[in-house]
Write a protein that binds this ligand. Structure first.
Ligand SMILES: Cc1cc2nc3c(=O)[nH]c(=O)nc-3n(C[C@H](O)[C@H](O)[C@H](O)COP(=O)(O)OP(=O)(O)OC[C@H]3O[C@@H](n4cnc5c(N)ncnc54)[C@H](O)[C@@H]3O)c2cc1C
Length: 481
């Protein structure tokens, strides 16, 4: 179907309904005058996922639906299209959208906001794409929770020692925020689960966190990073620094120091790169595939094109005292520090982008994006955390409470806040909910093939089986390197 319309108002189209897309649409609907512009948001899933809660979903402290914000329901003055953008024609000013039923649809735009986020940055490691799953979607988090519970149940029932060892070996690769939170929450949940099996002991499990650099969570001050490493180690997670995985063929993990062991559960959290859709624009990108933007959040050399978030290389205004100079040296991106891929930057950039877009429509001057990083908070399992707020380091239960309060404040809509808080309150009254989904949940491995948590043979792909049961995810995983 082709949508050809006679239009009198500027058409603003937003691609991606994550942190950036959702925030831009909300700001525009609040600030645009009635009839000033038509706003359309296109998202492959139709929901905004609050990713900072994924680790708590994996650990069972937050219900999966409570971090999924239905865009159509919350964006009242925006036309929301659930479909995957598969092509951009800048000359014609059109987008090709593939709808869930496979039909194609053309959207026209005058102003385009590209915010399709990022995908896992993979490496050419034999077996990686087939054996590992990422940690960026609700499906990944639910799968991993069920996977750990299913492996513990398998270990309790098997008489075969190699099967027992593989089932109870869990490997997370990448010691950044998402890897550390994932391994901490999953292991914490597994410790509670294993106590319910009289024939299993906590020390039967092997948890490995593998990091190529010399430290984990480099965003934290070194002392706090070291505290985090000791905290994980004392709870039974083997943290390996300056170690790389060189092969995962057949589920046997080989490390750069020559060690080799079997593992049924492997999670890849070693960095992200921009969504490959952005390459369609044929514009200059940085080393991570991000569109080069100026401090107004406009894509350089492309009038009418805007970007922010994980897919945009935006000069970090707070780190560049003289932004006028930064703009002048815009061609030499290496000279200008760029904002990192965080929700904190994504939301603030989106607010500035929306204001600048409206300023452009009204022929008013725009403002630079400047945001001083407020710090970060992370959960290390129930009642444990680390945080750095405006340079002040914190740890233990105080940091964990800050993590919960901050994210409760940030998760969109009052309805979601109440549901998450009610879930936490209910957990205080009863025992931890350790029920897996009957039949096992599904996600995609890094090769884009469906995998089932209850599958007895490890993360081996089952191409073709169960495809129709998978939620539509917008992560471009098919292009794993
Ligand atoms: C596990 C995890 C934990 C994190 N924790 C934190 C944290 O504690 N603090 C923090 O600051 N940051 C955190 N982050 C990072 C943060 O989530 C990202 O920086 C943020 O989501 C980037 O926002 P975005 O809008 O650019 O992309 P996203 O929020 O990822 O949104 C992209 C959207 O684009 C859609 N999309 C993709 N491709 C297409 C397509 N072809 N067509 C249509 N739609 C498409 C997707 O469906 C998605 O809704 C975390 C990330 C992860 C994975």
């Amino acid at each position: 179907m082709t949508q050809q319309s006679v239009h009198t108002r500027p058409r603003i189209v937003i691609v991606g309904g994550g942190f950036v897309g959702y925030t831009v649409a909300r700001r525009l609907s609040r600030s645009l005058r009635v009839g000033e512009a038509d706003v359309t948001l296109i998202d492959a899933t139709g929901v905004m996922t609050y990713q900072p809660f994924l680790a708590e979903v994996a650990g069972g402290s937050v219900e999966p639906r409570h971090l999924a914000v239905p865009l159509r329901q919350v964006l009242k003055r925006t036309r929301v299209v659930t479909g995957r953008v598969t092509g951009v024609d800048r000359t014609a000013g059109t987008l090709t959208v593939t709808m869930p039923d496979g039909a194609s649809h053309v959207e026209e735009y005058d102003q385009l906001v590209m915010a399709p986020g990022s995908v896992p940055r993979t490496r050419p490691i034999p077996g990686l794409a087939e054996m590992a799953v990422g940690f960026g979607t609700v499906a990944d988090a639910v799968y991993l929770r069920d996977r750990v519970l299913a492996r513990i149940a398998l270990a309790a029932d098997t008489d075969d020692l190699p099967t027992f060892r593989r089932a109870l070996t869990f490997v997370v690769i990448g010691g950044g925020y998402s890897g550390v939170e994932a391994v901490a929450e999953l292991q914490n949940m597994a410790q509670a689960a294993i106590r319910r099996y009289p024939n299993l002991r906590t020390r039967d499990m092997r948890w490995e966190l593998i990091e190529a650099a010399g430290e984990i969570m480099p965003e934290l001050p070194p002392k706090l990073g070291e505290h985090t490493r000791r905290r994980l180690t004392s709870s039974g997670i083997n943290v390996r620094l300056q170690t790389q995985v060189t092969s995962m063929q057949g589920g046997a993990v080989t490390l750069s120091d020559g060690e080799r062991f079997g593992a049924d559960t492997i999670v890849w959290t070693a960095g992200v790169r921009a969504n490959p859709l952005l390459a369609d624009l044929r514009l200059p990108v940085d080393a991570r595939g991000r569109l080069q933007c100026n401090t107004f959040l406009q894509v350089q050399g492309a009038p009418g094109l805007w970007s922010a978030g994980d897919g945009a290389a935006v000069p970090d205004g707070a780190a560049v005292p003289d932004l006028a100079t930064a703009a002048k040296i815009g061609d030499n991106r290496r000279a200008v520090p760029l904002c990192g891929p965080t929700a904190q930057h994504a939301v603030r950039q989106a607010k500035r982008l929306a204001r600048n877009l409206i300023a452009t429509l009204r022929s008013r001057p725009m403002d630079d994006y400047r945001h001083r990083d407020a710090g970060s908070v992370a959960s290390l399992g129930l009642h444990r955390g680390v945080a750095r707020i405006y340079g002040i380091p914190m740890r233990g239960i105080i940091a964990w409470l800050l993590h919960r309060c901050y994210h409760l404040m940030m998760v969109p809509t009052w309805g979601r806040k109440v549901r998450v808080a009610t879930g936490w309150a209910a957990a205080l009254l009863g025992r931890r909910d350790l029920a897996p989904l009957p039949g096992g949940s599904w996600t995609l491995n890094l090769a884009g093939d469906p995998v089932n948590a209850a599958d007895a043979t490890g993360s081996v792909p089952h191409a073709g089986s169960g495809q129709d049961r998978l939620p539509l995810e917008a992560d471009g995983r098919q292009s794993a390197a």
